[in-house]
Write a protein that binds this ligand. Structure first.
Ligand code: ZN
Length: 245
């Protein structure tokens, strides 16, 4: 069973009718509902929960965190972002959606500004598959068509991804690295661009398929805090002994 925590700042849904009409219980509930299945169990947390609903104990029991944020990145305490970073380093998987490119944990993990060009003009988008053999693109034809999405364009100031799995192209002409994989420490990170709050993007079956595939892909196969132990040489008769931490 993969234990997922969907984190959402949960502001727009409470403040804007148009967003509440699309996600009446919040983006986090929509994501939780389509993910919940035989091998995936889902909890949610939001900005207004105590400590943002995130503690070391919560993350120790989380295999994959999914993050959506936009207007309130700065209200996430630095300590919470550091907890997420450290959990990823030890092996927790992380999926950052859409405007989470500017979230504190994503920027901590990337180490770059993570800026991009953007425009809210209701452009349509094709999200093109660049690697049809990858587990995250399984079940997706050549592209996902989104009738309307916020336009994101290059340059996207991230480190070079380990793999680019999707490239978005917009009616306005922009292109964007829409699906990017990174490894940090023992943890896998997937950034996925679709998901502007005023469009029903998370109700689109192919978008749900990609997020479900990504949960299964970034879920940890190995999880341990990254240490720097002083050890005896390999083959020492006393075995693998940590002399001091
Ligand atoms: Zn947006």
């Amino acid at each position: 069973m993969i234990r997922v925590l969907v984190w959402n700042e949960f502001k727009h849904e409470k403040e804007k009718e148009a967003v509440a009409a699309i996600y009446p219980n919040g983006i986090h509930r929509t994501i939780a509902d389509f993910l919940q299945c035989e091998d995936i169990s889902v909890k949610t947390a939001t900005l207004d929960d105590e400590n943002c609903g995130i503690t070391k104990e919560v993350l120790d029991e989380t295999d994959v965190i999914i993050w959506w944020g936009h207007a309130a990145h700065k209200h996430v305490p630095d300590e919470v972002a550091a907890l997420v970073r450290d959990a990823v380093h030890s092996g927790m998987g992380a999926i950052f959606l859409h405007s989470a490119h500017h979230s504190k944990p994503f920027k901590l993990l990337m180490g770059t500004p993570c800026n991009l060009c953007w425009r809210e003009s209701g452009d349509s988008e094709y999200v093109w598959v660049t690697d049809p053999s990858h587990p995250i693109t399984e079940g997706i034809d050549r592209a996902i068509y989104l009738p309307h999405e916020e336009t994101y364009g290059e340059p996207f100031s991230i480190p070079n991804p380990d793999k680019v799995l999707f490239v978005g192209s917009y009616a306005g002409g922009e292109a964007f690295r829409s699906g990017c994989l990174f490894q940090r420490g023992n943890g896998q990170i997937f950034y996925f661009q679709p998901g502007h709050e005023t469009f029903p993007t998370f109700h689109i079956p192919e978008v749900q398929t990609v997020i479900r595939n990504a949960v299964r892909f970034v879920a940890p196969r190995y999880r341990a805090e990254i240490a720097c132990p002083h050890v005896r040489h390999f083959g020492d008769p006393e075995g693998y002994v940590i002399i001091k931490k």
